[in-house]
Design a protein around this ligand. Structure first.
Ligand code: 3HC
Length: 724
């Protein structure tokens, strides 16, 4: 790939076109920043240049500052690696330039890209250009003046919404708001921008420096009221993320003391934030998520994905209907098969409700909803299966039933058809045992609700063909999931790594720790709900069934708690029947139910593991560690066995599948930040006190004692090649 560069061409009309070239998104890498400074200096000093247009090569203006530099800053612990762009380039060379500068934007202008454009004196955009300041998702705030210029261009409330929610808008919306001066076709973009720049030079159009504007900010008291509300909101929605409050503080500085003062404070706060663990975690997740697209021997062997136009889903239960919804929403024709018309109707109704729910929440237009529902057909037999490209089986977890379905599918579907199962625990080799199509059998493990949760765990066996894996990865992306390819074992990567999560929580209860204190400690750590509220949500039947699978697969380290059985015996089934560890009333948050306390006492009596018969005393931090370190321990086994391609895949899977806080970078990244040796010594201590459940794995012990990070690659000789 050619080196990143900035070019300049001066036309006969006296307009210099400065172009960013750094495919694929024209990220503002250090050489690009240096190139921009050079070209703007040159254009300013040249007598033959009357005006300047700034644009990006290849149909994309810019995806923002080069996020690789953040990683370098994190690695070196040296913030001085960040160049001064905000004052030196955007204020001094662009906004204060004595020649007019117009940004010609197309495709996307995000982060630092949009900030460069806002420093220009006008912005012309091609249709549907994506405009946004998503820096908060990386743990920082906009750092090239965005916190100051965006409120001045679109108004304070809209700017806060765009920055705090990292929500981008289209160029059409941007034009209505005043961020964009004109929307023109892609073909006309440069022509119109050149003329616009010349018009500014000739004073036929206004020469506007965004930082100097105040007309959209409202009065000081109005602005303070908007900021106060935003602070309260951010406290609720992002309690553990410092960048939200920091962003509002910096905006306020500019409103009170003027835009330039805001720019200076922004640069200072940006440098503080980029060094925090929040930014380290979020930047790690950004790259980790993109790395999941690279699967050795699948995406690097020249295969081309085959189109998947028609998909059959077997089973219209909660999972099946969610999976069908995800496909029809993205224009893929779905045949939903059920065993009788009653179940089929129920499945179709669930899909309709899923789609309607998105319309009610403003996430889908009525038109798109109608079109999506047209892509669905319910059937009771296999006659429609003759031309499907993929089948996803989503029936109950029964081996004989799944085996029967797969041997029927082999006959009913065309030979190219992908045969996928949504099983969350059963070995895929067993599912496909009665077929001779092992190369087409693959796991498509969705997380509930399947049309909302972003993770798609793609499970391959040693016989699944690379083409089939690639095709499912491609469909996964089309239906807006993040596909993570994993190996075949009980629970695959996510449920396998996280099975100790609910078990350790139940073990703590048997040791005398309060159920609701455990949930609260886990919430404060950053998961949206604690393990017991999750248990209520999933239903006790599911919990009992999955526990059995893990007891069977890992008897040496599985903790068998009597809690779920006792709850079931008392007529409780969690949220589903409104009777769980919490009470559920319409319109109010779940409340701890004090009437479960006798059941918990009975559970402790039956477990009989409290040392000396007395509850153990633990801090909140110990609660979190006693629940999550066993997850780290199992993750180590997942890594050692080669169930995932790389450690960061498990980070992404934990964030997207288990809602592990993204700002902690995922389960393995977090464990490395805490320190493998600390995790190891803690587990060792607890295993001596409370038994084998906590016993450190060989992999953890080795890495901890040798001082090797858990995320460091596993040598191929120690990985079971059969899995990946
Ligand atoms: C000081 C400033 O205020 C700070 C900043 O500007 S921070 C940066 C703010 N910008 C962002 O957060 C945008 C991040 N990028 C994205 O959201 C998406 O990549 C996108 C919408 C631009 C494009 O999405 P899509 O077309 O799906 O491509 P995607 O696979 O994500 O990215 C393509 C490649 O570009 C890279 N890339 C994208 N944006 C990048 C950036 N800002 N810096 C470095 N690399 C970037 C990706 O890592 C990926 O690399 P790979 O092919 O080696 O894996």
């Amino acid at each position: 790939m050619a080196a990143p560069r900035v070019t300049m061409e001066v036309g006969n009309d006296g307009v210099a076109i400065i172009t960013l070239i750094n495919p694929p998104v024209n990220a503002l890498a250090i050489p690009i920043v240096a190139g921009l400074k050079d070209k703007f200096e040159e254009a300013t000093s040249r007598d033959d240049v009357k005006a300047i247009v700034l644009t990006g090569n290849g149909g994309r203006f810019s995806g923002g500052f080069d996020i690789n530099v953040f990683q370098k800053v994190h690695g070196a612990g040296d913030v001085s690696l960040m160049p001064d762009v905000s004052v030196e380039l955007v204020v001094n060379l662009i906004e204060d330039c004595k020649k007019p500068i117009v940004a010609a934007v197309e495709g996307l202008a995000l982060g630092g890209g949009l900030e460069l454009a806002m420093g220009c004196h006008a912005r012309i955009a091609a249709p549907k250009t994506q405009l946004g300041l998503p820096e908060l998702t990386l743990g920082v705030i906009p750092g090239f003046g965005g916190t100051q210029r965006l409120p001045r261009l679109v108004g304070l409330s809209k700017a806060i919404e765009m920055m705090l929610l990292s929500k981008s808008i289209t160029s059409e919306e941007g034009w209505k708001l005043g961020l964009i001066d004109a929307v023109v076709t892609s073909e006309e973009l440069l022509k119109v921008s050149r003329l616009w720049a010349l018009d500014i030079a000739a004073r036929r159009k206004p020469w506007i420096r965004s930082l100097h504007r105040t007309d959209k900010l409202g009065s000081l008291s109005e602005a303070r009221e908007v900021l106060k509300l935003a602070r309260l909101q951010a406290k609720k929605t992002a309690p553990n993320m410092p960048q939200h409050q920091a962003c509002l503080d910096v905006i306020e500085e500019g409103i009170v003391h003027g835009g330039y003062s805001g720019v200076l404070k922004e640069a200072k706060v940006f440098k503080e934030l980029v060094m925090l663990d929040t930014s380290r975690g979020l930047v790690h997740v950004f790259f980790a998520q993109r790395a999941t697209s690279k699967v050795p021997n699948v995406t690097d062997i020249g295969l081309k994905p085959r189109g998947v136009r028609k998909v059959a889903v077997i089973g219209g239960g909660l999972m099946g209907s969610g999976i069908a919804t995800a496909h029809i929403l993205n224009n893929i024709y779905v045949v939903l098969k059920e065993v009788n018309s009653e179940y089929l109707l129920k499945g179709i109704k669930t899909i309709e409700a899923n789609v309607r729910g998105l319309v009610t929440r403003g996430k889908l237009t009525q038109d798109k909803a109608n079109n999506a529902l047209k892509m669905l057909k319910g059937v009771l037999d296999y006659s429609e299966f003759k031309d499907v490209d993929m089948v996803i089986e989503a029936v109950i977890e029964s081996v004989p039933l799944k085996q029967k379905i797969f041997s029927e599918l082999e006959k009913a579907c065309p030979p190219h058809c992908i045969l996928a199962t949504n099983t969350s625990t059963i070995d895929l080799n067993i599912v496909g045992e009665k077929t001779s199509s092992q190369d087409r059998i693959i796991g498509a493990h969705f997380f509930s609700p399947a049309h909302v949760m972003p993770l798609l765990e793609i499970v391959r066996t040693e016989r699944t063909s690379a083409q089939v894996i690639l095709d499912l990865m491609t469909v996964g992306k089309i239906i807006k999931k993040v596909p993570v390819v994993v190996g075949n074992c009980t629970g695959f990567a996510v449920n396998r790594a996280f099975f100790p999560y609910s078990q350790s929580a139940r073990l703590l209860v048997s040791l005398g720790v309060d159920v609701f204190r455990i949930d609260s400690a886990i919430r404060s750590f950053g998961l949206p709900i604690g393990p017991f509220q999750l248990l209520d949500l999933a239903g006790y039947g599911v919990a009992a069934a999955t526990s059995k699978e893990f007891d069977k697969a890992f008897p040496d380290r599985s903790f068998q708690s009597p809690l779920v059985d006792l709850l079931l015996k008392s007529g409780r089934n969690g949220k589903a029947n409104g009777k769980g560890l919490y009470t559920y009333e319409k319109g109010s948050k779940p409340k701890p139910d004090p009437s479960v306390l006798p059941i918990i006492e009975e559970c402790r009596r039956l477990s009989n593991i409290m040392p000396g018969g007395k509850p153990i005393s633990v801090t909140e931090k110990e609660i979190v560690e006693m629940i999550l370190f066993p997850v780290v321990n199992e993750s180590c086994r997942v890594l050692e066995e080669g169930i995932v391609v790389r450690a960061s895949d498990l980070d992404v899977a934990s964030v997207l599948g288990m809602s592990f806080p993204s700002y902690r970078g995922g389960i393995v990244f977090w464990a490395d930040a805490v320190g493998a040796n600390y995790v190891y010594t803690s587990l060792k201590k607890w295993s001596q006190l409370y038994g084998n459940f906590f016993k450190p794995s060989r992999f953890l012990e080795e890495r901890a004692t040798k001082g090797i990070p858990l995320s460091a690659p596993v040598s191929s000789s120690s990985t079971s090649r059969a899995r990946l």
